[in-house]
Design a protein around this ligand. Sequence first.
Ligand code: FAD
Length: 311
Amino acid sequence: MKGVKTEVYEVIIIGGGPGGLTAGLYTSRARLSTLLIESALFGGQMTTTELIENYPGFPQGVTGDELSRLMEDQAKKFGMKTVTQEVVKVSLEGAVKVVQTYESAYRCEALIVSTGTEYRKLGVPGEKEFAGKGVSYCATCDGAFFRDSQIVVVGGGDSALTEALFLTKFARELTIIHRRDALRGTKIYQERALASPKIKFLWNSIVQEINGDSTVRSINVKNVKTGEIKEVETEGVFLFVGLVPRTQFLKGVVQMDEAGYILTNEDCETSTKGILAVGDCRKKLLRQIATAVGDGATAAFAAEKFLELKE
Ligand SMILES: Cc1cc2nc3c(=O)[nH]c(=O)nc-3n(C[C@H](O)[C@H](O)[C@H](O)COP(=O)(O)OP(=O)(O)OC[C@H]3O[C@@H](n4cnc5c(N)ncnc54)[C@H](O)[C@@H]3O)c2cc1C
């Protein structure tokens, strides 16, 4: 194994979104030696959210970037260590958990997994070829490239609606393509999207192919009721068709459901002693910042109890 570190942390946290940062705040404040491993940006999915209106304490809303920065600063204040690496494997050496990245391997007594989810791919021809050339999964990251453009948003849930509403700031015209005849998202987002003069809808429709040359030019859309296929001109395709948990690296180590969400009890404990899971990567009713933060606090406390009682 490459670069194995000899130090055994009391707690390792994988993933620095709101769940992981809250767990880190609690464990480091409880004076447990804590390492947080994050592969990208601290804040997780919050960093790609323009405005957060439903996190308590911010009556005017707060930008995703600002809330990420505040949570990161607060977690680091109590001495939590961090590294920017991607975890590729977890294994057990008796009671010790070995967390392997591409560069190194770290060891701990209690492990908190908070790796969240990633966007589901549509899996149609053209999606891979035009990723970053008109195909996007992040409105906050790429919206500004589509100023005055004609674009489509695929999906009918909360992510599709909030991202579509954000994109109306830039786009000249925006069409939401949804495979059903009604939206699924929260009522307030549905009302805003349906009332927006810039947003049109293509119901009962699925994207079959994305076409273009150096960049996206059009998509082929099939009406699932009539079977009719038509070509729709567009300069950008924003895809929000669901999420998948980022738990592949834990296969065989803890129990998961068929979709890959980690199964836990209400204290965030998994089927393996000393491994806890928090936030969007675990099977739960509501995946939001407020619930990820609650999980993070619970798991940190459960980890502390586990460490106290393990002898
Ligand atoms: C477009 C959009 C808008 C949203 N708007 C809102 C909103 O307004 N209000 C609200 O409450 N919620 C909102 N949410 C949901 C909210 O962002 C999530 O519920 C929350 O971020 C989940 O937190 P988490 O810590 O579980 O995971 P995440 O925020 O997903 O963080 C997981 C972190 O783990 C890291 N990671 C993953 N795999 C690895 C690995 N193998 N090694 C190392 N690091 C890894 C990732 O890089 C990421 O930083 C929104 C989500 C999206 C996508």
